[in-house]
Design a binder for this molecule. Structure first.
Ligand code: PAF
Length: 285
């Protein structure tokens, strides 16, 4: 793999190789097995893969979160070298490469702007749309792969691609979990050890919720999820919603769930000082 940090060099390399389809895995670094599974799946589908590592300042609505976001370049390169081939490129641009000028674009995603993450992280998805559209412009990929853990982000990116008419195919890959069930996340390494020990409660609880749907109504399930997780010291549920996977419209009764749609239980939890998200499919049958 080759590490590149300028737009011009990246584009020259891609032009020289003239390989297609181009696979793309955008990341913010602090890589873990979840990211590697995305890169692996890109490698299986494409003769050339670009993995970007860029901590995008415009998607952080909290300055401290941006400052504390883990940055582990050496370990990132080591991990990627296990998966990527000679032809593949790791793109590590600085802020000026991505944003030569301040990005003032405003994106609108309908209902996706009014639920769950959008309510708790104002401006976050606008920043994601800014950086992803810019990266797509630079890399011009045929396929881009994202993790399903960031469920709403995936829906936003699909909407962005539709709005911009980009031909890139967006793929959502399954969540990769630690042995104890915690969804892998770059933020997990920031968890206080005592909090980390109890973090599997999140997946255990939403797994139970996915089964409860057969016998209980949604109000009861939501109340169970909140009580169960909030009973662990240091844990506080920000939201738990059951929503469809395209518009992410939360349902409040089972009658609202349509047979031809897929539904997911989506959760955000403050675990000590760290915010964790997860989701699970909730099927009526
Ligand atoms: O999911 C992430 O790591 C980021 O939000 C992304 C898609 C790389 C954009 O900065």
């Amino acid at each position: 793999m080759k590490v590149i940090n300028t737009v011009i060099e990246l584009q020259n390399q891609l032009r020289k190789m003239h390989l297609s389809p181009i696979g793309f895995v955008p990341t913010m670094g602090a890589l873990h097995e979840g990211h590697l599974s995305l890169a692996e799946s890109a490698v299986q589908q494409c003769p050339v893969v670009v993995v970007s590592i860029f901590v995008n300042p415009t998607q952080f609505n909290d300055k401290n979160d941006l400052k504390n976001y883990p940055r582990t370049p050496d370990s990132d390169f080591e991990l990627l070298s296990k998966v990527l081939r000679e032809t593949d490129l790791v793109f590590t641009p600085g802020v000026k490469e991505i944003y030569p000028e301040e990005d003032k674009r405003e994106f609108h995603f309908g209902n996706l702007d009014n639920v769950m993450e959008a309510l708790h992280r104002p401006g976050h998805f606008n920043g994601v749309a800014q950086v992803v559209s810019r990266l797509f412009e630079i890399v011009n990929p045929d396929i881009a792969i994202f993790g399903l853990k960031d469920f709403q982000q995936l829906a936003v990116i699909r909407a962005l691609v539709k709005q911009t008419g980009n031909k890139v195919r967006i793929i959502g890959n399954p969540i990769v979990r630690e042995n104890d069930g915690l969804a892998m996340s770059s933020r997990n390494r920031l968890l206080d050890p005592k909090i980390r020990l109890h973090s599997p409660i999140i997946y255990k609880t939403i797994s139970a919720a996915s089964v409860m749907i057969k016998e209980y109504d949604i109000r009861e399930i939501k109340s169970f999820v909140e009580k169960n997780i909030n009973s662990v010291p240091g844990f506080n549920v920000e939201y738990f919603e059951i929503a469809d996977d395209t518009e992410l419209i939360p349902v409040s009764t089972k009658d609202e769930m349509k047979k031809d749609k897929k539904y997911f239980g989506c959760i955000a939890v403050k675990a000590g000082n760290i915010r964790l998200i997860d989701n699970i499919e909730i099927g009526l049958v």
